[in-house]
Design a protein around this ligand. Sequence first.
Ligand code: ZN
Length: 298
Amino acid sequence: MKFSQINLSGQNSALAQRRAAKCWIKTAGAAICLLSFLLIPPAWADGVSVGKASRLRNLVPAAELEQSAVAEYEQIKKQAGLKGELLPDNHPQVVRLRAIAARIIPVADRFNSRAGGWPWEVILLKSPQINAFCMPGGKIAFYTGILDTLKLTDDEAAMVMGHEIAHALREHARARIAKGQLTQLGAGILGGLLGGGHYTDALQLGGNLLSLKFSRSDETDADIVGLDLIARAAFDPRAGVTLWKKMTEANKRSPLELLSTHPAGENRVKEIQKNLPQVMPVYQAALKARQGTAMSKR
Ligand SMILES: [Zn+2]
């Protein structure tokens, strides 16, 4: 009752006591609020911390871009189907990739609140390309080349998927398109765009999301967010290191398609290693929870 005693100095009437009691309740409430704020860690207190996604991306409407991605993905599926390159739902590698995705998708909304409503899908295309992608809106594809040539373990395949999903969650394509359009529109109307977004209609969504080239900072961002995603899904984030070592080796033999749209910096593995201490405890907790669930099902 220290707060009320301070407020009560020199006053002993019932009214003053009631006022003091109210005041104490308010103060105690505020203290509890503050305490709970201190006790409950903010969303970024565990796992990795990344900056906010580029504000420029807001120039391109997310819903329209996601629709455009769905149309492009359907086109890819249709063409692959006609050529007999779309592997069936019961193909063991399709089953495996979908099982990996089913563990990552539930933790995705941590990085993008729209992700819960995305029409997620995973396909496997028969092609020697060492490549994979996740389009805006959660449309994922792997090429058999990446699984076969690199002989990816489940953890490494999860890392590829986590990285690609991270590009979609962090809306790197949306930001790239906005930047590309701005360059085309010219500096003259840049002020207008940034000022009030009056020229948004002039922006076009392109139509070939697959050819979009990410920047090195997008890559680092996707690596870090990808690590966090897979750790939460109980996949070993150390697979990030072995995966990129395999990629680098394969790239020496012949240039990888994936690296042409995902430029890798020399420090990629070092960046991943630097972030492992943040995600290892998340992975260990997720693994424990997963093992506990498996035990209780027996
Ligand atoms: Zn990438």
